[in-house]
Ligand binder design. Structure first.
Ligand code: FAD
Ligand code: FES
Length: 275
């Protein structure tokens, strides 16, 4: 059995600059193995000589050849090194880890994907899967909030989705806008009251910064959506990424192993700051 603490080598094939502080990397595993990844799972990403951090898998472009995407925001010590990397760089990959989104819970339901900032990356592969299996769900909506128009990631893909009659309805908003932005201004949670969500047949999937998740869950509760129908993709500081070290515990839950996806009903009472 492979030692799960030893990263597989991967090559950085492509870089897409999303914003000045966020880039999407396409990686290919050097020793090809099928990259079995469920939407919502994450990898541990090593920049050799610097360290390791967890990052959501944002897309899988070729599972058989182990080729996939991650979208990384510059946050601190290790993620800042990602912005020095050039195509051809060698990196380390452990995983995928975590539970992923329960697609069976979404069967036949309207699915609202609600994200803020780089949190959209954690929902991006899910959105691709939902679209691929379009007949299994009811309405699909993507609600996305960024700080400013310049901070919106996946801009070309979002524009294409907006034009696609068969695609999800896309609602964008920014916290603040300068001249030239004619779209919505305000927090993503403020889009919910008029979004047409039917609490009897909807599942909401939420990922973003803490305050955004808190405001969004409050707005969803207000609309009458049950806590079992609110799925949160959680972030915590991690080390092993696979349930062994206890670093990522929230109450009795290990975010890396029991999560990172939790129904609000399962986690709301365990959070230090309650949602
Ligand atoms: C399951 C999971 C999925 C993630 N997916 C993504 C993703 O798709 N894209 C992305 O850009 N980031 C993602 N993150 C967050 C990413 O792991 C952190 O930004 C990264 O660990 C920061 O490392 P650093 O050494 O650069 O920062 P540090 O120097 O260690 O810290 C810099 C700042 O970031 C904060 N921070 C550090 N780790 C975390 C964390 N795990 N969660 C929240 N804040 C943190 C610190 O409190 C500090 O304020 C994810 C985290 C988890 C747990
Ligand atoms: S990071 Fe080690 S138990 Fe979760």
């Amino acid at each position: 059995m492979d030692n799960l603490y030893i990263p597989d080598l991967a090559t950085l094939e492509q870089i897409q600059e999303e914003t000045p502080s966020i880039r999407t990397l396409t990686l290919a595993l050097d020793r090809p193995r099928t990259f079995n990844c469920q939407p919502g799972q994450f990898i541990e990403f090593t920049v050799f000589g610097q360290g390791e951090f967890p990052v959501s898998v944002a897309g899988v472009s070729d599972a058989q050849r182990g080729r996939f995407q991650v979208t990384i925001q510059r946050a601190g010590k290790v993620t800042k090194e990602v912005f020095q990397l050039q195509p051809g760089a060698k990196l380390g990959v452990r995983g995928p880890f975590g539970n992923g989104f329960p697609l069976e819970k979404m069967q036949g339901q309207d699915v609202w994907l609600i994200s803020g900032g780089v949190g959209l990356a954690a929902l991006w592969y899910l959105l691709a899967q939902l679209q691929e299996q379009r007949g299994r769900w009811g309405q699909l909506k993507l609600l996305y909030g960024a700080r400013s128009p310049q901070d919106i990631i996946y801009q070309d893909a979002l524009r294409a989705l907006g034009r696609d009659q068969a695609g999800p309805q896309v609602l964008l908003t920014v916290d603040s806008a300068a001249n030239g932005w004619s779209g919505r201004v305000g927090f993503v949670s403020q889009l919910l009251p008029d979004s047409g969500l039917d609490p009897g047949k909807s599942v909401a999937v939420v990922c973003g910064p803490g305050p955004m998740m808190k405001a969004t869950t409050a707005a969803l509760r207000k609309l009458g959506l049950a806590e079992e129908r609110i799925l949160l993709s959680m972030e915590r500081r991690m080390q092993c990424g696979m349930g062994a070290c206890g670093h990522c515990m929230v109450g009795s839950k290990r975010v890396c192993l029991d999560g990172p996806v939790f129904p609000l009903a399962e986690i709301s009472n365990l959070l230090e700051e309650k949602f």
